[in-house]
Design a protein around this ligand. Structure first.
Ligand code: AMP
Ligand code: SF4
Length: 477
């Protein structure tokens, strides 16, 4: 059982709306804009002020929710979730929002991130009588809220959040309130906006643009927002700890049209590419980026180096992300389905191939081969982040240490393994400069743990697989 729970690692998107006549439709559009954050499952829970109703299922938002379903979900507040999980957690029950009925009313909850003390809390809760339906961390939060002895809902939620350790952006819905919270380190992005006379919250601001919401601000670390007919009320359940927003959100995960911490993601990625060109120049004829997430960095590299940017690689847009397929064999097949090299562009050329990251090395190896088969004379790999040497325990699937190529091989070895004529990564200092706000108040604080092994939270024995325990728990203590 425990092993199964440990396998559960989620990268997700959350959305919430309060005070809009078509809350379910709004959530549908919001989730659609967040689809890149998870393609395995989607769900919506709506409140009409008296009762909560839900629809959820496996697959893309457009596959799970149709017009009939949305018409049945009438109400003026809603929350929704798109979900990606690694093997072990792919059951229907784990699809969010999770929905609970009790004598005191209903509660729906959706969460982005990963708790590092979820297994510990789950064991405690089971000892005191809780029975779990899912292997999801999110259910732990719901049971903590139910167990709390506080009289008022908001106090029960605050007390429960104080017990959590890790990364979490949470939206909760009860009959007449939308409750929103972010972990004290602000490890995941979460923003709030106005939509008509109501409010919207979303993992990424690109969802606001789609539903016509006006961005107000980011939810602050340790903050809890209660949104109801009285408006929006802010409170803090915890003091802000050192901010540690996930750097991989900037490097790879978020959509280029989103803003995180006031920073447009496309602009950040261009800066990463420019810095890469400064620190790792190379004589070449064309620069190409691995679509879609590395295009911005490739444009930045081209601008800085003066080497023309070309569409040397084309993505088949009807195939999902490489990571959707859980097995290595399927992943490799996925890369082939997904990308093609443009022969006329790369033939006889020295090509700079910019990618945002190397995790297992599967993608880079395939692409170098593909470019060479299409006639590229040389392929120089430039990665717009440092080597990923440590696993993530906060909800981004950067794999375990055994599979991470940079945890086990030097940069030179990686270059040889993927067949590159040269390879360079962006140094960590350059990455931090590029992802920092460029205003007078930089250094907002980032999590860099997958590049450094310096985890911003304590790591609990139960959240770390046995083969990584010695290295990680030992390093932390
Ligand atoms: P790999 O083939 O395992 O080396 O994966 C590297 C590719 O996956 C790169 O092209 C990245 O854009 C992408 N990538 C990086 N991090 C993630 C992640 N957490 N989830 C899904 N894809 C990722
Ligand atoms: Fe993001 Fe890496 Fe930190 Fe995980 S370890 S939260 S992927 S920066």
């Amino acid at each position: 059982m425990l092993a199964e729970i440990k396998g559960l690692n989620e990268e997700c998107g959350i959305f919430g709306v309060y005070g809009h006549t078509q809350a379910a439709h709004m959530t549908y559009y919001g989730l659609h804009a967040l689809q890149h954050r998870g393609q395995e499952g989607a769900g919506v829970v709506v409140s009409n002020g008296q009762e909560l109703k839900q629809a959820k299922g496996q697959g893309l938002v457009t596959e799970v929710l149709d017009e009939n379903e949305l018409m049945n979900l009438s109400g003026s507040s809603a929350i929704g979730h798109v979900r990606y999980s690694t093997a072990g957690g792919k059951t229907y029950e784990n699809i969010q929002p999770l929905f609970f009925r009790s004598s005191t009313g209903s509660l729906a909850i959706a969460h982005n991130g990963n708790l590092v003390n979820a297994n510990k809390l789950r064991e405690e809760l089971e000892c005191s009588g809780s029975i779990f339906q899912t292997t999801s961390d999110t259910e732990v939060i719901a049971h903590l809220i139910k167990r709390s002895k506080q009289d008022v809902m908001i106090e029960r939620v605050k007390e429960s959040l104080c017990e959590l350790e890790g990364a979490y952006a949470v939206v909760m819905l009860v009959e007449n309130q939308l409750i929103v919270a972010l972990d004290p380190r602000g490890m995941r992005p979460l923003s709030v906006g106005r939509v008509g006379s109501g409010y919207a919250v979303a993992s990424e601001t690109c969802a606001f643009d789609v539903v016509g919401a006006e961005y107000m601000r980011e939810v602050e670390p340790g903050e809890i927002l209660v949104i109801d007919d009285e408006g929006m009320h802010s409170d803090y359940f915890s003091k802000t700890k050192n901010r540690a927003i996930c750097t991989m959100e900037y490097v790879y995960f978020a959509r280029p049209d989103s803003n995180v911490d006031g920073n447009n993601i496309h602009s950040v990625r261009k800066r990463l590419g420019k810095k890469l060109a400064e620190v790792a120049p190379v004589k070449a004829d064309v620069v190409t980026g691995v679509p879609d997430s590395s295009i911005s960095a490739a444009i930045g590299f081209a601008e800085q180096s003066g080497i023309p940017y070309e569409l040397g690689l084309i993505k088949n847009r009807y195939v999902g992300r490489t990571f959707i397929q859980p097995s290595q064999e399927l992943r490799e097949r996925g890369v082939q389905m997904k990308l093609s090299a443009v022969r006329k562009i790369v033939e006889g050329k020295r090509v700079v191939m910019v990618d945002d990251s190397i995790v297992r090395g599967t993608t880079s190896k395939k692409i170098v081969k593909m470019l060479k088969q299409a006639g590229a004379k040389e392929v120089h790999v430039r990665i717009s982040s440092p080597p990923i040497t440590h696993p993530c325990f906060y909800g981004i699937d950067t794999s375990n240490a055994g599979e991470l190529i940079a945890a086990n091989h030097s940069v030179e070895e990686i270059g040889e393994m993927i067949g590159a004529d040269s390879i360079s990564y962006l140094p960590i200092d350059s990455m931090v400069e590029a992802v920092d706000r460029q205003d007078s108040n930089p250094n907002c604080g980032h999590c860099l743990a997958c590049f450094t092994g310096n985890y911003p939270t304590d790591l609990y024995e139960d959240s770390v697989p046995p083969y990584e325990k010695e290295q990680l728990i030992g390093a932390k203590n």
